[in-house]
Design a protein around this ligand. Structure first.
Ligand code: WTA
Length: 637
C-alpha cells in the first residue's frame, strides 16, 4: 500500500485518534518512520506552551526535498509531479515529471549557490503562479535557505517590510505575472520595494510576460542566464543540505489583530510529516490521481497543499496560473475536464462568485473525473456548500471543509473524504493528533456538546508554528498567553450535539476577505497615512461573495466637496501601503468615533452598524459622547 498511515474507515479513524491522544509520540513516530531521514530522531517531542518551546523529532536529520523528489525517482521518475495550466487557455500547458522537477530544482539550487546563498539565509520570492515558483521554493529548501514567499497582490511597501524583517539577501521574481486580463509588473514593484532594503544583494528575474524591466548592473540577473551558466558547468548535481528537524524551512507573513504582519516560522521535520499526513488522509489521495488546489503559493494553502504535501506524497499536483473567471466563469470546470482532475480544493469565495454565473459555464463540462472536493480559508455557507456538492460534485463527491491556519501548518479539523459523515458548514472532527478545546473568556474549558466558545488546541502537533521570526515574545503573547497552556486560534467555534465542530469566524480584529487574512489595525494604519485623515476605524461586515467586506469609518481634517474623489484617493493609499487586497469596500466619513472614557474605540458598535443592525447596538451609556453613534447611524452606507 502506498501510504501505510492512510486511514481507511471510520473505525480506523477513531482508533487512530484514540491512539494519538493516549500516545502522541508513538503515533507520530509511526508516521514519521515512512519518510526518508538521513538520521533518525533521538526524541519525538519536547514541549511547553509557556515559553513556548516545541520541538519535534529532535536530533533527526533530513532534507524535505529528498522526500519530495529524490525518493520518488526510482518509482515515479516519469510520473507528472506538476501539471501547469497557463492563464491563457490557448497557451500550451506544461507537464513536469518527478525527474524533470528534480533536475530543475537541482539546477536552480546551484544558481542560488553560485550567487552566494547559504544555509540559513533568507530568500524572498515574489512571483506569479508558474512552475518556476515551485522550483524556486524547492531550490531554497534544497540548500537550506529559508524561503519567504510574498503573494503577488502585496504592494512594494509590504514587500519591503517583509524583506527588512527577515533581512533577506536575495529576491527571486518575474518580469511580470499574467492574472486574468491583467499583466502585473512584479519586477517594477520589487524595484520600488528594494529602495529601502540594503540587505538584498541580488535579484533573480524569471521571464514570463516580457514586459520591459529595469535591470540594475551588479544586482539584477536573469534566471535564464544563470541557468545557462550552470549548464556550461555541466549541470552538476546539487546534493541536499542536511537539515536538523528543527531548522527553519520557511517564513510566511500573516496578519494578526495588532501591528505589522508577523513572520510565522515552520521547521523542516514536523512540517513535512504533518503536511504529508494531512494531505494523504484528508483527501484520501490514491496514486495516479490528479489533484488540483486553486490557491496561490503566496498563501499557506499553496505551500502545504500545492507543494509540500502533494510532492512529499508523490502526487500529481496541478498548478493554475490564472483566475477562475478568465476567460470565462467556466475556467475551473474546463481545467477539471481537460486534465481529468480527481480532487478539487478551492475556497468558498470562489464558489460563491462562480455560483453567480449560473449553471451555463458548468453545463457542458465533463466533470465525471471528480471524486473529492475541498474547501478552505473561511466558513462555507450552506448555499455554497450545496451548490458545490450538487452541481460540481454531482451529488457523488464528498466535500472536505478543512479548517486550519498559517500557524497550524496543515489541516486541523476536517472530514476525511468519503469516511467522515459530512454536515454542511461544519469542519466536523479533528484529525488524529489534534486536541481541540473550547474555552470561555476566562479560559475555563467548556465541556459537553451544543456549546460555543473560543477554539484552542491543548497539545502540540508536528506542523505547528515554532516562533514568529525575530520576535519570539510576539509569538508567545499572540498565541500562548491568552490562556494558560493552550494555543489560542483566534477563532470562535461551536460544538454541536454530535461533537462536530463548526468554525464561526474570528473573535479578534482579523478580517477574512475572500479567504485572505487582513488585520483591521493594518488597514487603519494605512488609511491614517493618507493626507488629511485624522483617525479611522475598520471593521468587517457580511459580504455576499467575499465572505467579509471591509468597512472603514474615517475622520478627516475638513469636509471635502469631493468626497467620492477623496475616497478613491484613500483607496489608492491603502493599495500603495498594503496592496489592492486590503482596499476597503466602503468608506464612511464621520465626525467622531464611539469611544469609551478611556479612549478605546467601541468596535462592537461600529461592527453592528456596518452589519446594518441599527436597533441592536447594546449598551452605549459608557461612551464619552453617545451622540456620535446617532450621527454614524444616519450616515451609514
Ligand atoms: C479561517 C488558511 C471556517 C479561520 C488555511 C482561520 C476557516 C483563518 C476555515 C486562517 C474553514 C480557515 N472554515 N474558517 N474551513 N479555514 N478559516 O492563516 O478564521 O490564511 O483562523 O489560513 O481562516 O487563515 P489563514
Amino acid at each position: 500500500m502506498a501510504y501505510p498511515y492512510q486511514i481507511k474507515s471510520l473505525e480506523e479513524y477513531q482508533q487512530n485518534y484514540q491512539q494519538s491522544v493516549i500516545d502522541p509520540e508513538g503515533f507520530w513516530a509511526n508516521v514519521a518512520d515512512h519518510f526518508y531521514w538521513r538520521r533518525k530522531w533521538d526524541k519525538v517531542l519536547e514541549w511547553n506552551f509557556k515559553d513556548p518551546d516545541v520541538k519535534w523529532f529532535t536530533g533527526g536529520k533530513l532534507n524535505i526535498t529528498e522526500n519530495c523528489l529524490d525518493r520518488h525517482l526510482g518509482t515515479l521518475g516519469n510520473t507528472p509531479a506538476i501539471i501547469w495550466e497557463p492563464n491563457d487557455p490557448e497557451e500550451r500547458h506544461r507537464v513536469i515529471t518527478y525527474r524533470d522537477l528534480y533536475n530543475k530544482v537541482c539546477q536552480f539550487a546551484n544558481v542560488l549557490k553560485n550567487n552566494g546563498v547559504k544555509k540559513g539565509d533568507r530568500v524572498c520570492i515574489y512571483m506569479g503562479m508558474i512552475p518556476e515558483l515551485a522550483i524556486a521554493v524547492l531550490a531554497c529548501a534544497r540548500i537550506g535557505a529559508i524561503h519567504s514567499v510574498v503573494f503577488g497582490g502585496f504592494s512594494a511597501q509590504s514587500i519591503a517590510d517583509r524583506i527588512q524583517d527577515a533581512q533577506a539577501s536575495l529576491v527571486i521574481t518575474c518580469d511580470g505575472a499574467f492574472r486574468g486580463n491583467k499583466d502585473i509588473p512584479l519586477k517594477s514593484v520589487i524595484d520600488d520595494a528594494l529602495i529601502g532594503c540594503p540587505s538584498v544583494k541580488k535579484v533573480i528575474v524569471c521571464t514570463r510576460t516580457r514586459t520591459p524591466v529595469s535591470m540594475i548592473k551588479g544586482r539584477d540577473l536573469w534566471w535564464e542566464d544563470e541557468i545557462k551558466q550552470v549548464e556550461t558547468m555541466g549541470n552538476p548535481p546539487c546534493p541536499a543540505e542536511e537539515m536538523d528537524a528543527e531548522d527553519m524551512l520557511f517564513i510566511l507573513y500573516t496578519s494578526g489583530s495588532t501591528g505589522k504582519p508577523k513572520g510565522v516560522v515552520h521547521t523542516c521535520g514536523g512540517y513535512m510529516v504533518y503536511a504529508n499526513y494531512t494531505f494523504v488522509n484528508t483527501f484520501q489521495y490514491q496514486p495516479g490521481e490528479v489533484y488540483f488546489c486553486t490557491a496561490d503559493i503566496g498563501w499557506i494553502t499553496g505551500h502545504s497543499y500545492i507543494i509540500y504535501g502533494p510532492l512529499s506524497a508523490g502526487a500529481t499536483t496541478l498548478m493554475f496560473e490564472g483566475v477562475p473567471t478568465y476567460p470565462d466563469a467556466g475556467r475551473l470546470w474546463s481545467i477539471v475536464d481537460k486534465f481529468r482532475v480527481n480532487t478539487l480544493y478551492t475556497a468558498p469565495t470562489a464558489i460563491r462568485s462562480l455560483m453567480g454565473y449560473g449553471l451555463g459555464p458548468v453545463n457542458h463540462k465533463d466533470l465525471s473525473s471528480l471524486k473529492k472536493l475541498g474547501s478552505v480559508g473561511e466558513p462555507i455557507n450552506e448555499e455554497a456548500w450545496h451548490w458545490f456538492k450538487d452541481h460540481i460534485g454531482k451529488g457523488r463527491c464528498p466535500i472536505v471543509d478543512t479548517w486550519w491556519q498559517t500557524e497550524t501548518g496543515g489541516i486541523m479539523i476536517t472530514p476525511i473524504a468519503g469516511i467522515t459523515k459530512e454536515k454542511p458548514g461544519y469542519a466536523t472532527l479533528p484529525l488524529p493528533g489534534i486536541q481541540p478545546i473550547l474555552v470561555d473568556e476566562t479560559g475555563k474549558e467548556i465541556t459537553g456538546n451544543n456549546v460555543n466558545g473560543n477554539l484552542c488546541i491543548k497539545f502540540p502537533w508536528p506542523g505547528m508554528l515554532r516562533t514568529t521570526y525575530g520576535d519570539h515574545e510576539r509569538c508567545r503573547t499572540t498565541y500562548f498567553a491568552t490562556y494558560d497552556n493552550l494555543y489560542f486560534t483566534g477563532d470562535g467555534c461551536l460544538r454541536d450535539e454530535d461533537g462536530y465542530y463548526r468554525i464561526t469566524g474570528r473573535v479578534d480584529d482579523v478580517l477574512n476577505v475572500s479567504g485572505h487574512r487582513i488585520g483591521t489595525a493594518e488597514v487603519e494604519n494605512a488609511i491614517n497615512m493618507h493626507a488629511g485623515v485624522v483617525e479611522s476605524a475598520v471593521v468587517g461586515y457580511p459580504h455576499d461573495i467575499k465572505g467579509q467586506g471591509i468597512y472603514a469609518y474615517v475622520i478627516t481634517e475638513k469636509q471635502s466637496h469631493e468626497a467620492e474623489l477623496v475616497k478613491r484617493d484613500i483607496l489608492q493609499t491603502v493599495s500603495r501601503i498594503i496592496g489592492p487586497i486590503a482596499k476597503p469596500d466602503k468608506i464612511q466619513f464621520v465626525s467622531g468615533l464611539p469611544k469609551t472614557r478611556s479612549g478605546k474605540i467601541m468596535r462592537r458598535i461600529l461592527r453592528k452598524i456596518a452589519e446594518g443592525e441599527l436597533d441592536n447596538l447594546g449598551d452605549t451609556s459608557t461612551l464619552l459622547d453617545p451622540a456620535v453613534v446617532e450621527d454614524i447611524k444616519r450616515g451609514r452606507l
